[in-house]
Design a protein around this ligand. Structure first.
Ligand SMILES: Cc1ncc(COP(=O)(O)O)c(C=O)c1O
Length: 477
């Protein structure tokens, strides 16, 4: 990877976030050492240089109630005093049992059992193994294929990279990924891929047919399941499927006895204003198996969960009676107690309603300031989309107006992300979601905590829009 200095332009705003190039013993995920955060309160983070920054993206759509909530701090401290660790195959623990009970009760019958892991990738690994175990136990061992979608992300392990189809993240690993058991169909991304002469229903029908064709090609009784993010996260930037899509996909799975599986690592646990994203953005179709993570622990602990329907739970219970999968830190008491406290805060402070209300305001402000006829950025705004406390803005620089812009080899979304940080706002820029090969596309994501205030929404939009407009001005010739 190129050193930071070689990818910065002289005077680039990107240089602020990337410099100084301080020594570090961490192999970072950026070619520079990111600024160090030293403390935080709510949505505000204090950095090593004393600056305070406003986090408009909750890290990576994780910190759903902000930092330092007194109820979570107390729960964690009390738990440390009581019990810090047990190994899950020897002993269970109270917070884990209580959290599992809550997750099942909250699902109104959609889920019957759950298992805990330590994050999103582990949750998706657990999902895949549970789905395979289900068919192994129920005497269908010939089922060995997963069908997922292009332009998706399900985690960074070898198996989850194989499952998803994210060209840049797969890049160096392509040759060691599993190409035999993992297959892909088109994304459900109407604004880019619906044909001009197609209605929404026809588009859904085409995608349904494609899935059915893939089942037939593989042999319908070899398919374990179809896997999708209910709303696609960082790959394409908060992209929801067209109406009726999930109902159609589930009908294909049901027809051939395969499982319908949702990855709600990013979109779930309230991010879109409903506890599960499928309740608002997935035709209210409950999956057979679902992964959740980020909003489950809200950043207070590393935790993910695998939720399963009664059908799957019965298949396992009536046979092996146990999950043939596990990790040392699974159902960790501290992670579970933190998660339990986060979920109670969301409920007691009515934060899903706040996420819907302030999120709606955030979306309206973004549209007004970026995409109204007089907005400076409007010619380059391809789409503004989202719901609850999760919004994406996709830019497109293929139109005639873009001929007067030159980003000098840098990616627009990343320049804006850096400019926002310079102005003390954290947002997330992502690239490459606008075509299947992942070579074009710029989008930015906002996913503040569910307890974001109206004033904070306004500050976020002000700095965000200012940064976008500045960058557009500075790179025009
Ligand atoms: C949809 C989805 N699945 C899985 C993951 C992987 O989660 P983690 O980074 O916690 O391993 C992510 C992370 O962003 C995600 O967005």
């Amino acid at each position: 990877m190129a050193p930071a200095a070689s990818i910065e332009q002289p005077g680039s705003t990107a240089s602020f976030a990337r410099s100084p190039l301080k020594a570090t013993s961490i192999l970072h995920r950026t070619p520079w050492r990111p600024p160090v955060a030293t403390s935080a309160e709510g949505l505000y983070l204090t950095l090593e240089d004393g600056r305070t920054v406003l986090d408009a993206v909750g890290g990576a759509a994780v910190a759903c109630i902000g930092n330092g909530h007194p109820a979570v701090r107390k729960a964690l401290k009390d738990q440390v005093d009581k019990l810090s660790y047990v190994y899950n195959m020897q002993l269970s623990n109270e917070p884990a049992e209580e959290l599992a009970k809550l997750l099942i009760e909250q699902s109104n019958g959609a889920f019957d059992l759950c298992g805990f892991v330590s994050g999103g990738t582990e949750a998706m690994e657990g999902v895949m193994k549970l789905a395979r175990q289900y068919f192994y136990e129920t005497k269908q061992p010939q089922r060995k294929n997963f069908i997922a979608r292009h332009l998706s992300f399900h985690g960074n392990s070898i198996a989850t990279l194989s499952l998803a189809s994210h060209p840049t993240r797969r890049g160096p690993y392509e040759d060691i990924l599993n190409h035999d058991n993992f297959h892909h169909v088109s994304p459900a991304y109407a604004k880019r891929f619906q044909k001009p002469d197609e209605t929404e229903e026809q588009y859904v029908e085409r995608l349904k047919q494609e899935l059915e064709d893939k089942f037939l090609e593989l042999g319908p009784d070899t398919v374990i399941g179809f896997v999708a993010e209910t709303v696609v996260g960082a790959t394409t930037g908060v992209v929801a499927a067209p109406k009726g899509y999930f109902k159609a996909m589930k009908s294909v799975c049901d027809k051939y006895g395969a499982l319908f599986i949702l990855d709600e690592v990013m979109s779930g646990m309230g991010r879109l204003g409903t506890l599960h994203a499928w309740e608002s953005f997935g035709d209210n179709v409950a999956p057979d198996i679902q992964a959740v993570a980020k909003g489950l622990g809200g950043g207070y602990a590393s935790i993910g969960a695998v939720l399963m329907s009664k059908k799957v739970a019965d298949g396992i219970r009536d046979n092996a009676g146990l999950w043939k999968h596990g990790h040392t830190y699974q159902a960790h008491p501290l992670a579970c107690v933190a998660s339990l406290a986060v979920q109670k805060v969301i409920d007691e402070e009515n934060l899903l309603e706040n996420a819907r209300m302030q999120g709606g305001y955030l979306g309206a402000l973004l549209r007004e300031r970026l995409d109204s006829p007089n907005a400076a950025a409007a010619p380059f705004v391809f789409d503004i989309r989202g719901g609850g406390a999760w919004w994406g803005v996709e830019f497109d620089f293929t139109g005639p107006e873009a001929a007067r812009l030159d980003f000098k080899g840098q990616q627009f979304a990343m320049i804006v992300q850096a400019r926002c940080l310079e102005k003390s706002l954290i947002v997330m820029g992502m690239t490459g979601g606008a075509n299947i090969s992942g070579t074009v596309g710029d989008h930015l994501m906002l996913s503040p905590a569910y307890n974001v205030t109206k004033e904070q929404v306004e500050s976020i939009v002000n700095i965000f829009v200012e940064s976008i407009e500045e960058v557009l001005r500075e790179y025009a010739f």
